[in-house]
Design a protein around this ligand. Structure first.
Ligand code: SAH
Length: 258
C-alpha cells in the first residue's frame, strides 16, 4: 500500500483497500451484489461449488476506489441447498484469499441472538471479545482450549461505528439446533450471537495475516419461545436487507479519505 494513502487516512481503514466478503447463503449476500453491480466470476475451483463476484466501488473526486469481492461456498449439488457451516466457508474463504488477496475479510450474515444480552430481531453486531466454538467439546489437555477457540476479535472502533453496529460475543458451531450443554455455554460465556461460520473464518484470517471482521444481523432469538427455524425463515429476507444497508454504509465510509 502506498504511503500517500496512509498519510490521510487513519486506523485499520488506512490498511484496507481490497475487501473480501463471505456470506454463507446467497439470500444474505445477493442484495450487496445487486447494489454494487458486481460481476460474476464463476467458480474458484473447478471441482467445488464455491463461486465469487467482484468489482470496484468508485471513490469519486473526494475518495479512493475500493476493490470488492464476494464469495459464497455455493450450492450443494447433492442436497440442493447452500453449503452453510464452518468447513465449506473456510475452504471458500481460503480460495478467495489466495485468488483475490483481500486486506480485510468480512464474514457477513445472519445469526441467532440472545435477548438476555440485549439482542432483538434486525439488530446488527460485530464480533467482539473472542470468537468461540460451542460444539467442539474435547476434554483432553490442550485440545479443550483449542476446541473452544477464543480467537481474539480485533474491532476497529471507527469501522464499528460506520456500520452502526454494537459489539457482541459470537459463538460458532455446525448445528442450527442447540443442545442443553451448548445453552449453558452460551449463558456462561455471555454469547450474544450464535451462528455457523465466524470463528472458523477468524481462525483462517489469523493464520493468513488478514484483517477480519464479522458482521451479523439477528434473524431469530435463541432464548425466546418461538422456534429459531420459523423466526429465521420469516425474517431472513428483511434482515438481509438491513444487513446490506449497513455494509453499504461501511463501504461509503471506507472510501472517504479523512
Ligand atoms: N433452515 C435454513 C438454514 C439456515 S441455517 C434454510 O433452510 O434456509 C442458518 C444460517 O444462518 C447459517 O449460515 C448461520 O450462520 C446463520 N444463522 C442464523 N440464525 C442462526 C441460529 N439461530 N443458529 C445458528 N446459525 C444461525
Amino acid at each position: 500500500m502506498s504511503t500517500d494513502i496512509r498519510s490521510d487516512i487513519e486506523g485499520m481503514k488506512a490498511e484496507v483497500q481490497r475487501i473480501g466478503f463471505i456470506f454463507a447463503m446467497r439470500a444474505e449476500g445477493q442484495g450487496l451484489i445487486d447494489r454494487l453491480g458486481l460481476t460474476e466470476q464463476g467458480r474458484l475451483d473447478p471441482d467445488l461449488p464455491a463461486c465469487w463476484v467482484s468489482g470496484r466501488v468508485e471513490g469519486g473526486s473526494s475518495g479512493r476506489d475500493l476493490e470488492v469481492a464476494i464469495v459464497f461456498a455455493g450450492e450443494d449439488p447433492y442436497h440442493g441447498c447452500d453449503r452453510i457451516g464452518t468447513l465449506p466457508a473456510t475452504m471458500a474463504a481460503y480460495l478467495l484469499c489466495r485468488r483475490f488477496r483481500p486486506d480485510l475479510l468480512v464474514n457477513a450474515g445472519t445469526c441467532g441472538g440472545f435477548q438476555r444480552e440485549g439482542a432483538s430481531i434486525g439488530a446488527v453486531y460485530v464480533g467482539g471479545g473472542d470468537f468461540l466454538f460451542h460444539d467442539r467439546r474435547i476434554p483432553l489437555p490442550e485440545f479443550e482450549a483449542f476446541g473452544i477457540g477464543r480467537i481474539p476479535a480485533i474491532v476497529d472502533e471507527p469501522m464499528r461505528m460506520a456500520l452502526g453496529a454494537e459489539s457482541g460475543i459470537i459463538s460458532t458451531g455446525d448445528s442450527f439446533a442447540p443442545t442443553a450443554e451448548e445453552q449453558s455455554f452460551f449463558e456462561r460465556e455471555r454469547v450474544t450471537c450464535k451462528e455457523m461460520e465466524a470463528a472458523s473464518l477468524a481462525s483462517l484470517s489469523r493464520d493468513l495475516g488478514v484483517h477480519f471482521l464479522a458482521v451479523k444481523a439477528v434473524t431469530d432469538l435463541v432464548d425466546h419461545p418461538e422456534p429459531e427455524a420459523s423466526a429465521f425463515a420469516r425474517n431472513l429476507n428483511r434482515v438481509s436487507q438491513i444487513l446490506v444497508e449497513r455494509l453499504i454504509n461501511l463501504l461509503e465510509w471506507m472510501k472517504v479519505r479523512e
